[in-house]
Design a protein around this ligand. Structure first.
Ligand SMILES: [Fe+2]
Length: 170
């Protein structure tokens, strides 16, 4: 294939490059949370977010592979990651849901741009991410619900310990 002929319109190429950053930001955030959990002795939570971080890296890699497969240019955007300033698991779990909702918004906004560009191939590619976000948000919500059930019955200390054990089954 002619390497100079991109199969992506410029606005779609730019958009997909930004989405690499969206996925890699999640990779960084979840890695940071796993480090936070390790320092708190919540080893189940540590391992869960370590796994999530690897999955987010794979999501970013998948965008890169798609851009390259369409003869366009993939760029690695700068990723910033603030230190985790939360002091308890409940705040972490709320942050997890908020972040997944933000990622979903990024992909649904992307669908609008892709549709305007009449790029049916990229539309099909992006659908996988929409499905993935539905599953991710459902899981994050389940974890918070389990936390709340445990905290209502027995207190915060038990809830953190309970979640740390239960999350290893996911
Ligand atoms: Fe993702």
């Amino acid at each position: 294939m002619d390497k100079n002929k991109s199969l992506l319109k410029p606005q779609v190429e730019e958009l997909l490059n930004k989405l690499i950053g969206v996925e890699y930001s999640a990779m960084y955030l979840y890695k940071a949370i796993s480090i936070w959990a390790d320092s708190c002795g919540l080893f189940g939570v540590r391992d869960y977010f370590k796994k999530q971080s690897v999955e987010e890296q794979e999501h970013g890699n998948k965008v890169i592979d798609y851009i390259v497969d369409r003869n366009a240019c993939a760029h690695l955007p700068a990723i910033s990651c603030k230190p985790i300033d939360k002091s308890n698991l409940l705040d972490i779990l709320k942050m997890y849901i908020e972040h997944e909702l933000a990622v979903e918004k990024a992909w649904t906004n992307a669908i609008t741009v892709i549709n305007e560009a009449r790029d049916e191939t990229t539309y099909k590619f992006a659908q996988w991410y929409i499905e993935e976000q539905i599953a991710e948000i459902a899981t994050a919500t389940d974890i918070l619900q389990h936390y709340n059930v445990a905290a209502n019955g027995t207190g915060v200390g038990y809830a953190e310990s309970y979640i740390d054990n239960w999350i290893t089954k996911l």
